[in-house]
Design a protein around this ligand. Sequence first.
Ligand SMILES: [Zn+2]
Length: 347
Amino acid sequence: MSGMDSLESTLAALAARFDDALAGAANAHALDEVRVAFLGRSGEVTAVRRGIGTLPPAERPTAGKVINAAVEAMEAKLAAARTRLESAALERSLEDSIDVSFPGPAANIGAIHPVRRTAIDVARYFTRHGFAVVLGPEIETDANNFDALNIPPDHPAREGLDSFYLRPDLVLRTHTSPMQVRSMRKHGPPIAIIVPGKAYRRDAIDARHLYMFHQVEGLMVGRGIHFGHLKGMLLGLFRELFGPWADVRFRPSFFPFTEPSAEFDVKCPACDGQGGTCRTCGGSGWIELGGSGMVHPNVLRAVGYDPDEVTGWAFGCGLERIAMKRHDMNDIRAFVENAPGFAAGLA
Ligand SMILES: [Zn+2]
């Protein structure tokens, strides 16, 4: 047997023992021991390399190559074994730390903003009764916001202190009522619309006021329309919004664009109209919700309707105010503070 044959059988035997040792190594530390024992400075391969010196000089380069190839093969097996052990360890640690049957954290489920919810509910009621929903510009002409609504130039609301003027003739609408004017100019009678939308007034912010708020406006004009129709529609609306016990009352008031005019209140949901020490209604048993009345003949004339032919009613109320009563809230600022979970957490 030549020296080379002997070297190759030595290497084959060494490789077999290396494979056995590798198969028995159960962790990184054991793998390292295998590496040192076979490939380390005083390991088995080094001992074989030393044997090269006993070979005839002509065979030595070939012997070196054969040994190097054997070392490369062993290193590759070692690396593969290390990767295998590491991924097994990772899987074990995942199994320890993840209990797939454990309930997940609660998701933050969104909810429709209560003001929008209220607007949707109001619109649903009126559209069911044949009303159209119309939206309009938030920047209005002075003429539509005031003049056409019978609000004279000397009215305090027209002063810059109460309204946001963009130009002498343009204002951020102070109410949704200009859409009454725009709608009636566009369509002859009869007309039945509601107008939900934003309105702006220069109010200081407190628990009851924001300088931007939402209103809903209702208007019905036609032959023989009277105050009883208004009362019936509002009673139906608030029974739908608050519950079948809801009741509405009217108190005489004054608005430039209606005659006669009335403020309307809904029976307090907290005390069922009993008042006393109830904080929700301040003891009156009723909650003010908005203004209403029969459309002033001057308003009808301003849009080209004939007040001798048609009559109509109009009302307007704040959507925040309704939403606060529906959800038993006492601070209007909560609507715009954008607190996570606010809408979902309401009563
Ligand atoms: Zn009350």
